[in-house]
Write a protein that binds this ligand. Structure first.
Ligand code: TRH
Length: 356
């Protein structure tokens, strides 16, 4: 099958990161994929060495996709949608005009809010053009489109449980407003009391001091990201894709959600936490939630380091819990498979289609 993916990079790495992961997974299954985007630099950072001949990245800014003689796609996927206020160049509209009858799936942002289950695979028809968009909601339950995990290196999945909590390797991939300095100072102080905590700081421009127990991690290609996470015992992740990959890594994690103007992100944070933390002991659950809130800039009356220290005694429980959650995810709905199953249902021959 020939598939088009429409990726508008708003900021950071997540729009491109999810679109690339989806495109690579489809190409690995033998489908040919045209990934239309508008940010070559971000894709170069994530995919520095293109290694799959089925996947073609097309910079829609540099390529005139109206005259390029594009191969007609059997399916078009639009991660996250391309709303007018977020992009000046609506290359999605060009593709809708060129291929008006091609099944079009808008894959929304990941959420664990209950309402997505009722909207998953619902259709919207453009009143002006008649174009049909089907909404696809990734999620954590059987009533959603699931998560991409077909590409998770299974040999990384069965990692040894954390035995010694005084020797801790901490991965941090955060937005600049996270209390990273508070975390580093606390770990410096714990190390002066005989602990061995080291921090790997990814994608951040925080100025580090010579005796900090933190070191900067250079940006790795997305194909190396899971291996990077597997080297650490506790993960501070952000946005959407690294958040999912931390869950697949089966490690205790703290999630910094991507902030939205309407503060809707706190609802999403709380919804996911309730789902994830189910089954944790009350003290452990409270210590984890306090750390999540403080890391996301809520309840900032306490020093983040002190709040996080209260979590350390619960690490063995969190470690076992994270492995159970990893198993739930790996055995749950797989997004790429769900997308292809949906497409298959759209192309039933007339004789198979029920009388409409
Ligand atoms: O970079 P992000 O903050 O992206 C965000 C979110 O996706 C958010 O939902 C979206 O609304 C916003 O962008 C516009 O975080 P995220 O989602 O974790 O994406 C980071 C990607 O970068 C992910 O695919 C992992 C990848 N990555 C690497 O490949 N190598 C690296 O070294 C690092 C640090 C990340």
């Amino acid at each position: 099958m020939h598939i088009g993916i429409v990726c508008k990079v708003i900021d950071n790495f997540g729009d491109a990161g999810f679109s690339l992961r989806l495109a690579k997974a489809l190409a690995e299954r033998g489908h040919s994929v045209d990934l239309f985007h508008d940010d070559s630099a971000t894709f170069r950072a994530l995919y520095p060495t293109p290694d799959n001949g089925n996947l073609k990245l097309i910079d829609a800014i540099k390529t005139n996709i109206e005259t390029e003689g594009l191969q007609k796609p059997d399916l078009i996927l639009e991660p996250f949608g391309t709303s007018s206020e977020q992009t000046a160049y609506r290359f999605d509209l060009i593709l809708k005009r060129q291929f008006p009858k091609t099944p079009w799936l808008l894959i929304d942002y990941l959420s664990s809010e209950k309402w997505i289950e009722s909207f998953h695979l619902s259709n919207s028809i453009d009143p002006n053009t008649g174009h049909v968009t089907t909404f696809f909601y990734p999620g954590f339950t059987e009533q959603t489109g699931g998560l991409i995990h077909c590409d998770y290196p299974r040999h990384l999945a069965g990692k040894p449980l954390l035995t010694n909590k005084t020797c801790l390797r901490v991965f941090v991939f955060a937005y600049p407003n996270a209390p990273i300095r508070g975390l580093i100072n606390t770990c410096n102080s714990l190390n002066s009391q005989g602990n061995e905590i080291s921090i790997g700081l990814a994608g951040n421009s925080l100025k580090l001091e010579p005796d900090d127990c933190a070191s900067a991690i250079p940006f790795v290609a997305q194909s190396e990201f899971d291996k990077l996470l597997a080297q650490y015992d506790m993960l501070f992740v952000r946005g959407e894709d690294s958040f999912v990959r931390a869950q697949l890594a089966g490690k205790p994690f703290i999630w910094q959600i991507y902030p939205t103007e309407d503060n809707a992100h706190f609802e999403k944070l709380a919804c996911f936490f309730d789902l994830y933390a189910n089954g944790l002991g009350a003290d452990c659950k409270l210590a984890l939630w306090n750390s999540w809130l403080a890391w996301n800039g809520v309840n900032t009356h306490g020093d983040f380091g002190m709040i996080w220290m209260a979590l350390l005694p619960h690490l063995p429980e969190l470690d076992v819990h994270a492995m159970k959650w990893q198993s739930r995810i790996l055995n749950g709905k797989e997004l790429v498979k769900e997308v292809l199953t949906w497409h298959g249902s759209q192309t039933l021959t007339l004789k198979e289609k029920p009388d409409l």
